[in-house]
Design a protein around this ligand. Structure first.
Ligand code: SF4
Length: 481
């Protein structure tokens, strides 16, 4: 018998096509990527922490669902908090994170690694409550235990301090239509043919659907979904039968940037706004410093003095161009101690006291510098002087002073580099910030401790980020010569 579990119900809520594939043709679903796996792992760690709130709780960890059901039946009589008990009624199956007895009733506690209650959490708990009540349990209240983002780690973590317990009973009870949705899903479960569902904004809400490549793959290059900040407009155009940017009628209202995209797609030419680029380049005189940071963040903070999900800088790369030669400097912290003081100290030695510091999306580097200065006040004045020197290379691209159709509406560094120089990140084993963060966590704290290849790859990646900026500025200069 195929069961409608809580996780399948949530998939069905997002899309019946994804739901059907997850039941009938699982092989079509790609393996989870590193970032998603990390999210799951973080969720698991938070779940383990939540269990510590109930020292008398009984764990029912059986992976085999039948054993889990039997153990639940046995332990529920003890009237103690239960971790991961399972209930089955007909085709419906649900497993709670924590069930807590309150006299003759039970409270549902759902544990999440996020920092606030989301709609999907309410649906999640509403399905659980529905199944437990069908199974004969009296549910008193429903709670979400989530991360308290104001928590600051000082020594060993007390789960009471890092977890916030929010009463979501009212919100859960306000959910309507659950029976109808279950009926629809049970019937879709029996179907032999995959439901024909059109692409929509639901493909990314509440989660990125893993079937996106399959469902969205029919779109041509430069489709209306590549419009810069397209939002609802992309779907409006698509619904009107307009698939390519170049097919958008002249009279259709586009923003200035979308207008440039439209023009580039129609002509196949690169757009260059020379005055805008000249204006950007004019203050870039004397020695130039190209700077980039890499950071990691975790749901449960690792270091004392830090908060959940706080960005912790662990690596920088710097290219210094004095007009005659370009020199490279780098830093990558190798131990489990707090990297931030060494990070600042090493950077201060090479950043000079004047000259523009070029970053890509300056708000990220500036925010990290300011956070570190508040942790290490002796660097406050220096950080202020550094912040005053920062220039954002993102600006000419974000403002579309340069646009090449190969950017597909994006002004991100990874799209701009190949567009303007023909070079890219494809030869690197670590080629994006998320992978760098997770690889570092694994190399320092995880299963991959001390892996020299990862260390090399991290250095290569961060180095390319700053070298890319050097190349891009060179190309911008050529464009306005
Ligand atoms: S990509 Fe969109 S349409 Fe396709 S299965 Fe996922 S949610 Fe459904």
């Amino acid at each position: 018998m195929t069961l409608l579990s809580k996780s399948k119900y949530l998939i069905g809520l997002q899309c019946l096509r994804y739901f059907w594939v997850s039941l009938h043709e699982k092989d079509r679903i790609p393996e989870v990527d590193m970032a998603t796996q990390h999210k799951f792992d973080q969720g698991h760690l938070v779940g383990q922490l939540a269990k510590q709130l109930f020292p008398e709780g009984i764990d029912i960890p059986e992976a085999d669902f039948k054993q889990n059901l039997e153990k639940t039946k046995e332990f529920i009589k003890l009237k103690k908090p239960l971790f991961e008990p399972a209930f089955m009624v007909g085709n419906l199956y649900s497993r709670a994170d924590i069930l807590v007895p309150i006299k003759d009733e039970w409270d549902i506690l759902e544990v999440k690694s996020g920092t606030k209650v989301k709609d999907i959490n309410i649906h999640d708990v509403s399905f659980q409550k529905h199944v437990y009540e069908l199974a004969g349990l009296k549910i008193r209240k429903c709670f979400l235990l989530h991360i308290n983002n104001e928590f600051v780690k000082k020594g060993e973590i007390n789960p009471k301090d890092i977890l916030t317990k929010e009463d979501i009973t009212k919100e859960v009870e306000a959910v309507t239509g659950i029976k109808d949705r279950i009926t629809t899903m049970l019937s879709a479960m029996e179907d032999e043919i995959c439901p024909d569902i059109k692409i929509s904004k639901d493909c990314k809400d509440p989660y990125d659907c893993p079937l996106e490549d399959e469902c969205w793959g029919f779109l041509p290059s430069a489709s209306v979904f590549d419009l810069c900040r397209g939002g609802k407009k992309c779907f409006q155009l698509y619904e009107d039968g307009i698939i390519r940017i170049s097919d958008i009628p002249h009279e259709y209202k586009l923003t200035d940037k979308q207008g440039i995209q439209h023009q580039c797609e129609k002509t196949g030419k690169v757009y260059v706004h020379k005055e805008g680029i000249k204006h950007f380049l004019s203050p870039l005189k004397g020695t130039l410093y190209y700077l980039d940071f890499e950071t990691f963040r975790t749901a449960i903070p690792i270091l004392d003095g830090t908060k959940p999900y706080q960005q912790i800088p662990f690596q920088w790369s710097l290219h210094v161009d004095n007009g005659k030669s370009v020199k490279h400097y780098e830093f990558l912290y190798d131990s489990q101690e707090d990297p931030r003081e060494e990070f600042l100290k090493s950077l201060k030695k090479v950043l000079g006291s004047s000259g523009a510091i070029i970053t890509y999306n300056q708000s990220f580097e500036i925010a990290r510098l300011k956070e570190m200065a508040s942790e290490y006040p002796e660097y406050k004045d220096w950080v202020e002087s550094v912040v005053g020197r920062v220039v954002d290379l993102w600006l000419p691209f974000r403002n579309f002073h340069y646009y090449n159709p190969v950017q597909k509406g994006s002004s991100g560094l990874k799209k701009v580099l190949p567009a303007i120089t023909g070079k890219d990140y494809s030869k690197l084993d670590i080629a994006d910030g998320d992978t760098a963060c997770l690889s570092y966590l694994n190399m320092i704290y995880g299963d991959n401790k001390g892996d020299k290849k990862v260390r090399k790859d991290l250095l290569k990646y961060c180095k390319l980020d700053t070298e890319a900026m050097v190349w891009i500025v060179e190309e911008l200069k050529k464009l306005v010569k």
